[in-house]
Design a binder for this molecule. Sequence first.
Ligand code: ZN
Ligand code: ZN
Length: 191
Amino acid sequence: MPLEWDCSIRLSSVPRSGEPYVESFELPLDGVIEHWGQSYVSRGPVHAMVEASYTGERILARVSVRAEFSLPCSRCLSETGVAIMGDLRYLFSLRSSSRENGERDSDEEMGSVLEEDGDVDVIPVDSFQSELDLSQYVWEVLLLNLPERVICADDCKGLCPVCGQNRNEVDCGCVEDDTDPRFAVLRGLQS
Ligand SMILES: [Zn+2]
Ligand SMILES: [Zn+2]
């Protein structure tokens, strides 16, 4: 995660009534993220939106992330742009409060709970400071939504298995050996 990232919300801005507080951030991202064994080149800042609300003494934060990268097409290896979007919800829960109340709060121990509309990660915290920094969660949502592979176009012809040239750019005219069963298997995978 870039050290200069600051994605903090002031908890005094979050209404105690349970109404959501929304704040947007533009987080700088230069260079390359290495993930899934390949290089994702950043094409601009990361746009993050945080929607935070109190639920009792806990704070539910939905972290939405939008960013653009380029990475090699998985067929022909040419650089291909990809826009990513994703969101996750985190429930910040005081470690001490449930013990003091004598409640067994299994949510915290499980690490995630099921709410009506999906999974929520439970983050135990010792105390709430005046600010809640969500940078590491923005980073997590970003990494989880990086696609493992992209193709530059649905009809990308890929690299020639004989000479290795990009068949979108050149018609190399190589003849594949139809009698070799391994090529038949490869064609089956591509189609
Ligand atoms: Zn391609
Ligand atoms: Zn060829």
